[in-house]
Ligand binder design. Structure first.
Ligand code: SF4
Length: 360
């Protein structure tokens, strides 16, 4: 493909990035459609280096504990869920959850993410009780991402609670984070096509605002590579940047995964690494108000570390996640191989503590 962005347009955007000014959605679309890879990498690196040390990348070792695969949302891109009473459905008990956490600790991990489905019997008080027991057992040695915004929304509705009441209940149980998982593509056209029962975009942001206003931390996520149009992708970035500005820039990070098509009703093919890297670069440049951009080892393995040259400054090394593994992701416990890939991209990886809520 011949990229043909005009030199004066590139220089104008370079000046805007240098000055820390937001670029327009049209400019972001032009960058994505017309700039060559070298230009995208240079501009994204310029934006990145305004916020982070130039040759350093940070990482954390983490596990995603899939406490249940029972879900009634029926997203067509999901290979993980089982309907209630369908064979293969499970709900882990406290000891089984702890065994998974202990396994992460054995690998030197410090961050546990909980991710399950829309379980039709799990009220928010059940989650609060589980998290309270987990805090009592592990103290402050570990950090926990407890629920995603999407799970939180469903459980609030099931519990007949407002989002404000739900966030307050979790806060009382000691929860620090409800992450922005389950966002995939935040565009109602996409949502109607693939997961009409999950949420509307406005409702998603309402829930996330209540979470932030309760003093909990949250993050931004995205998944690309389904059948979404570029317009739908850009509408996700546009609403996200606006929301981040309206909420005093309290979302700590943005993480973009890629869709894994195996064993899903939707099917399809994986997008190329080049497409992922180009999207990461445009996200870094456009989302000037989100401090950390994270590249996805979970879905791209070592190839994700090339993302450090396209604006990312941080990554996870995951030890477990059934959701993506069911759809074709492979998880490697050869940490050194992943760290070497970061070094090959020109960045010295530095193990960090999990972020603090609202931390910049
Ligand atoms: S993506 Fe999440 S909400 Fe959708 S079906 Fe899978 S587990 Fe359920």
């Amino acid at each position: 493909m011949a990229w043909k962005m005009k030199r004066d347009a590139v220089l104008r955007l370079r000046d805007a990035i240098e000055a820390g000014e937001p670029i327009s959605l049209n400019d972001a679309a032009e960058l994505y459609g017309s700039a060559d890879d070298v230009t995208l990498s240079e501009l994204a690196t310029l934006a990145r280096n305004k916020l982070h040390p130039a040759s350093e990348a940070t990482y954390v070792v983490m596990a995603i504990v899939n406490y249940t695969n029972i879900c009634v949302a029926k997203c067509d891109y999901c290979a993980f869920y089982r309907l209630p009473h369908q064979e293969g459905g499970y709900l882990l008990d406290f000891d089984q959850v702890c065994a998974k956490i202990d396994d992460l600790v054995r690998h030197g991990g410090t961050l546990v993410g909980f991710n399950g489905g829309f379980h039709p019997k799990l009220k928010l008080s059940d989650y609060a009780e589980l998290f309270g027991r987990i805090h009592a057992r592990y103290g402050s040695d570990l950090s926990f991402y407890e629920m995603t915004v999407a799970e939180f929304m469903f459980s609030c509705k099931l519990s007949k609670m407002s989002y404000e009441e739900g966030a307050s209940l979790l806060k009382q149980a000691g929860t620090k984070w409800v992450t922005g998982g389950g966002a995939e593509i935040l565009d109602d056209r996409f949502r109607k096509r693939h997961s009409p029962g999950k949420y509307t975009v406005a409702d998603y942001y309402r829930a996330q605002r209540a979470i932030l206003d309760a003093g909990l931390g949250s993050t931004a996520t995205m998944v690309i590579g389904f059948d979404e149009t570029l317009e739908e992708r850009f509408s996700h970035l546009e609403s996200l940047r606006k929301f981040q500005e309206e909420t005093d820039r309290r979302l700590t990070s943005f993480l973009c995964w890629t869709y894994k098509p195996w064993n899903t009703e939707l099917g399809g093919r994986e997008i190329s690494n080049q497409e992922y890297l180009r999207w990461l670069a445009v996200s870094r440049i456009y989302l000037h108000n989100i401090r950390h951009i994270r590249t996805s080892v979970l879905t791209k393995n070592e190839a994700a570390l090339e993302g450090l040259k396209f604006g990312a400054n941080d990554f996870d090394i995951p030890t477990e996640d059934e959701v993506t593994q069911k759809a074709g992701a492979t998880i490697s416990l050869e940490f050194e191989r992943i760290l070497s890939a970061a070094r090959r991209s020109g960045y010295e990886p530095k193990l960090r503590r999990p972020f603090e809520p609202g931390g910049r």
